[in-house]
Design a binder for this molecule. Structure first.
Ligand code: PEP
Ligand code: MN
Length: 353
């Protein structure tokens, strides 16, 4: 249930109502928007009559029910305003959201050694990326495939962060690694395979680092938003949703089916920022640029692009990784799409190394 307060409602009245709702056994969450204050009520509200709730204060403008099973993630919970996720990086705060420039995240699938991660960081930084991605713990289909270098790779990410000033995104697979990952990551990734790992979702919901929640490869949009709801319900409001391709009947030419329709669908359902990963979405480097441009045209807030200094020698996901040179070119192409939409903060020439 959503309680929309009138413009200019006194803070003391909002506080009084919040206390009142808490005394009914509900969890009230006050959201201060650009124009209005909204109090989101989560809990057993089925038997509550919105008109009766409205009578509790002359400052209440409207009381609405959220019909969707996801409450905190729903667009209504913010009264239609998109939320922003502000991420602290060594280079300052990077905002993700519908009212902000496109944020580009780039880097290798896996952190392989110091030279490659530092070189990649410097190249993608020069091209205009704001975050370096790279897996230390890799979720591989085969137990015999490269599993990532683990903790030692976290040290290499810390080094790349220090040298480049980029924010770091890396995947958490096991709650036991949370503290070590949180030490270096500015955003913690929950991968497609763990989108349904509810205990892990609760765990990352109970800590402060922003979360990049990738869509499970066979997850419906509602299941994905319910996974986000787990993180939000546990207390972490900073969740970014990443579409990375889903399984369909056809994987003959592309690894997955990149669901770009998810962008307008999510926009209508949730206030959370959106990221598109055309690298895992297509599985082939040659298809990545067109899908990245399409994603911007369709309204994504951010992109994740796999980049490797030598894709032919990559220990994982080489076929879908761009070279740093191709990434430079892609950034100039993305600028052409994003600039007229008012969503590019880099100078047109900044992307040329
Ligand atoms: C990744 O980002 O390297 C990764 C493993 O992604 P996903 O979970 O989408 O497969
Ligand atoms: Mn990968």
């Amino acid at each position: 249930m959503i309680v929309v307060m009138k413009v200019g409602s006194p803070e003391a009245e909002v506080a009084r109502l919040t206390e009142e709702f808490a005394s009914w056994g509900l969890s009230p969450e006050t959201i201060v928007g650009k124009h209005k204050v909204v109090i989101g009520l989560v809990g057993d509200t089925v038997d509550m009559d919105p008109l009766q709730v409205q009578e509790f204060s002359p400052w209440i403008e409207q009381v609405l029910r959220v019909e969707k099973p996801f409450k905190r993630a729903s667009r209504e919970f913010r009264h239609g305003e998109p939320s922003e996720v502000l991420v602290q990086t060594p280079n300052g705060v990077v905002p993700f959201g519908a009212h902000h420039p496109i944020v580009v995240v780039a880097g290798p699938c896996s952190v392989e050694n110091e030279a490659m991660i530092v070189e990649t960081a410097q190249r993608v930084k020069a091209a205009g990326a704001a975050f370096l991605r790279g897996g230390a713990f890799k979720p591989r289909t085969s137990p015999y495939a490269f599993q990532g270098h683990g903790e030692s790779a976290l040290g290499l990410l810390a080094k790349a962060r220090e040298v480049s000033g980029l924010g770091i995104i890396t995947e958490l697979m096991d709650a036991a690694d949370l503290d070590a990952i949180a030490e270096v990551a500015d955003i913690i990734q929950i991968g497609a395979r763990n989108m349904h790992n509810f205990s892990l979702l609760k765990r990352v919901g109970a800590q402060d680092k922003p979360i990049l929640l990738k869509r499970g490869m066979s997850a419906t949009i509602e299941e994905w938003l319910m996974a986000a709801e787990y993180i939000l319900a546990a207390g972490n409001p900073n969740v970014i949703l990443c579409e990375r391709g889903i399984r369909t009947f056809d994987n003959q030419y592309a690894r997955n089916t990149l669901d770009l329709a998810a962008i307008p669908v999510l926009r209508s359902l949730t206030h959370l920022p959106i990221m598109i990963d055309p690298s895992h979405g297509t599985g082939k480097a040659e298809y990545v640029p067109s899908m990245a441009m399409a994603a911007i045209a369709a309204g994504t807030d951010s992109l994740m692009i796999e980049v490797h200094p030598n894709p032919a020698k990559a220990l994982s996901d080489g076929p879908q990784s761009l070279t740093p040179d191709r990434f430079d070119q892609l950034m100039t192409e993305l600028a052409i799409v994003a600039q007229p939409l008012g969503r590019w903060s880099l100078q047109p020439t900044a992307a040329i190394a």
